[in-house]
Write a protein that binds this ligand. Structure first.
Ligand code: MF3
Ligand code: CO
Length: 250
């Protein structure tokens, strides 16, 4: 059963999304050589609390942190830690915020200082892939239309699209149906309806798509050691353009 949100739930999700967007804007200034992901995690949690929100990831299925912070070849669910980020690194900071029962989930890859041209292109392609997926996410379309829009754009660059993790329905819990793969065939999958809330969050690798799991049981990294980036928004489906609750440029 896929939930369609009430007007009140949508309102709460939009408020949650605005808070997430503001925290990401604030992070931009902090993510510099020398900072640690543990510091970023503390900053995000503090900002959430000051806004009267809570970190929905903390305690979720035993996950212990407010954020996931995935560096370089880490795909997702990296643990915040005490090592400093270095010039040329990339870090994906991903978090879910709960504001009075409304959830918002957004991941963003940050470049540490100057990064290589290769990394800049990977980031640009992944972000564009997210927005192409978003444009396909309207009532009447199917989940496969989102996946196909992303796959058709990304694969000509020779990049790998992570398959083990997907976008998802969101609210009342972090992960709800439907599952939204970032590859697929148009016209296939679940039909999108007005009022559904979903995430789109492509994870794209410079190398192959395959992932391996770290011994911590959470963190996924590329099997071939290639670099991985991710951009994620939370959306509300309408019969036109979806509402991007976590848009930072609004
Ligand atoms: N934002 C992450 C996702 O979309 C949430 C991960 S749940 C956690 O999958 F427990 F790992 F934080
Ligand atoms: Co998500």
């Amino acid at each position: 059963m896929i939930e369609r949100k009430s007007a009140r739930e949508v309102e709460k999700m939009i408020q949650a999304g605005e808070l997430v967007a503001q925290i990401h804007r604030d992070l931009r200034k902090l993510v510099k050589p020398g900072v640690t992901t543990a510091e970023l995690d503390r900053f995000v949690e503090k900002e959430m609390k000051q806004a009267g929100a809570t970190p929905a990831q903390k305690g979720y299925q035993g996950y212990e942190f407010a954020t996931c912070a995935s560096v370089n070849d880490e795909i997702c669910h990296g643990f915040p830690r005490k090592a400093s980020l270095k010039e040329g690194d990339i870090v994906t900071v991903d978090f879910v915020l709960d504001y009075e029962g409304g959830l918002a989930d957004s991941a963003w890859t940050y470049e540490i200082g100057e990064v290589s041209r290769e990394i800049r292109q990977l980031n640009d392609v992944t972000k564009e892939a997210l927005y192409r997926g978003i444009r396909a996410a309207k009532a009447g379309n199917r989940t496969g239309d989102i996946g196909a829009a992303i796959q058709n754009f990304v694969e000509p660059f020779g990049y790998g699209i992570v398959r083990e993790f997907a976008g998802h329905g969101i609210g009342p819990t972090i992960h709800e149906e439907p599952n939204i793969p970032h590859y697929g065939q148009s016209g296939r999958g679940i039909r999108l309806k007005e009022g559904m809330a979903i995430t789109i969050e492509p994870m794209i690798n410079t190398g192959g798509w395959r992932a391996k799991m770290d011994s911590n049981g959470w963190t996924a990294r590329t099997r071939d050691g290639s670099l991985s980036t991710q951009f994620e928004h939370t959306l509300i489906i309408t019969d036109g353009e979806p509402i991007i609750t976590t848009e930072q440029d609004a």
